[in-house]
Design a protein around this ligand. Sequence first.
Ligand code: NDP
Length: 311
Amino acid sequence: MEQENVQCLIIGSGPAGYTAAIYASRANLSPVLYEGLQPGGQLTTTTDIENFPGYPEGTTGQQLMDDLRAQALRFGADIRAGVATAADLSGTPYRITVDDGHELLTRTLIIATGATAKYLGLEDETKYAGMGVSACATCDGFFYRKKTVAVVGGGDTACEEATYLAGLAAKVYLLVRKPFLRASKIMQERVMNNPKITVLFEHNATGLYGEDGVEGVHVVKRLGQADETRYDIPIDGFFLAIGHKPNSELFRPWLQTDETGYIITEPGTPRTNLPGVYAAGDVADPHYRQAITAAASGCKAALEAERFLKQ
Ligand code: NDP
């Protein structure tokens, strides 16, 4: 296997990875960045971005990521297509194997592998991707002002997204598969007391319909029970809020993670439990999950790597 020594290896090409690459290359760390399975990350699956500072007219997710990539390239970042397939962080230098046949030996490692929103697995979620199906209310809620939307899920995220959407939309249905919410009490109360939100317990979405975008959702009430009923609810937007999966599998043997798999970092920093290993962006952030917060943590990770290498 071909081996290569680097000072700073970045895995992942969302806002965290590219921002880390911009800072690390400007600090002459000659960073190598592997883009992973989805070059540009989750933002490339959304449409318009209107809340990233510096774009008064808004931009698209793809354009934002193209711009960040171009900015990293301008300062000499070595950006490569490839997916990390194995990691050995048992000693230094840290070893990462990539699917292009490389093994990289690195003194500093920035993990910016992101998280993946969970979907129900319906064919219609793919069919209507970017046409009414979203897994991020903060990103896409604005496009549903005065419209009707459905949110799927019964946890804190679902309640938070439903409440956020209720501030914009005319009507929000919360589709909960169980007869109760799993969310914290305060979030439950917020949802139950919001006149714009109707909580439909024991409801599962089975499909979507519409000509040029989502016009409604097929639901089943009390699935598998004697009184099971199927009906349609007209909606304009369908939001998934059934959890995210942080992409941390490769690193879990060596890094502290929470029960879901989010990498635990020292509060306010991207430092993990291993010196020279940093986690930036959604892989370490179950709470904010914004492009701008991911970019900020990528910046911090590169500054940490620079200081570490100077020691
Ligand atoms: P959770 O795992 O807590 O909740 C997921 C929800 O989605 C559950 O209600 C679950 O149903 C439902 N669900 C899962 N799969 C399906 C499916 N296939 N069909 C229908 N429903 C499904 O995830 P969250 O993202 O809500 O929260 C993750 C963590 O982040 C939690 O610890 C949460 O407390 C925290 N968080 C905190 C916030 C805050 O404090 N402001 C905001 C957001 C998140 P079921 O109950 O039946 O399993």
